[in-house]
Design a binder for this molecule. Structure first.
Ligand code: FES
Ligand code: FES
Length: 178
């Protein structure tokens, strides 16, 4: 019993210490100013999904291998599982939820629909965010170049042919809005 009390007491102490270590982070998420108190070890991906409930950004591998967690930070694409949320204080984060304007899809979203560029859809938010960033990057519009520049986004369903078609069309249309 004494041992249990000691365990509970030390757990409470750990919890209090963890709360002491929370760090405030303020950033713009999809055009909305947000301030969170986070353990500095919380990844940007977990801050988005667990704290802001923006679950469109997917957790695939959680190790920087699949691209499912791709978001834009100040317009640049990153794997949100590989970076701590507190590192992005003052920056602008765009997730898949921030692309459409009301009922009007972003051109890349529309291209993915038109070309049926998904199957299960799990990789799709990351694919789309990567493709949106690609519109602002110096990339040739060839199939090879698109495949190379989208190679950080893995699709376990193998929908690559249609993904490349969708991205190619978006590039051709020069849709430069992120
Ligand atoms: Fe981030 Fe796979 S979940 S790269
Ligand atoms: Fe299923 Fe890409 S559509 S993982």
């Amino acid at each position: 019993m004494a041992k249990d009390s000691q365990t509970i007491s030390s757990l409470t102490e750990e919890t209090l210490n963890a709360e002491d270590n929370l760090t405030a982070v303020s950033f713009d998420v999809n055009g909305r100013s947000v301030t969170l108190s986070l353990d500095p070890r919380v990844t940007l991906l977990d801050a988005l999904r667990e704290h802001l409930h923006l679950t469109g950004t997917k957790k695939g591998c959680d190790h920087g291998q699949c691209g499912a967690c791709t978001v834009l930070v100040d317009g640049m694409r990153i794997n949100s599982c590989l970076t701590f949320a507190v590192m992005h204080d003052g920056q602008a984060v765009t997730t898949i939820e921030g692309l459409a304007k009301g009922d009007e899809l972003h051109p890349v979203q529309a291209a993915f629909l038109e070309h049926d560029a998904f199957q299960c859809g799990y990789c799709t938010p990351g694919q789309i965010m990567s493709a949106v960033a690609l519109l602002s990057e110096p990339v040739q519009h060839t199939e090879d170049a698109i495949r190379e520049n989208m190679s950080g986004n893995i699709c376990r369903c193998g929908a690559y042919v249609n993904i490349v078609r969708a991205v190619r069309e978006a590039l051709a249309n020069g849709s430069l809005t992120a």
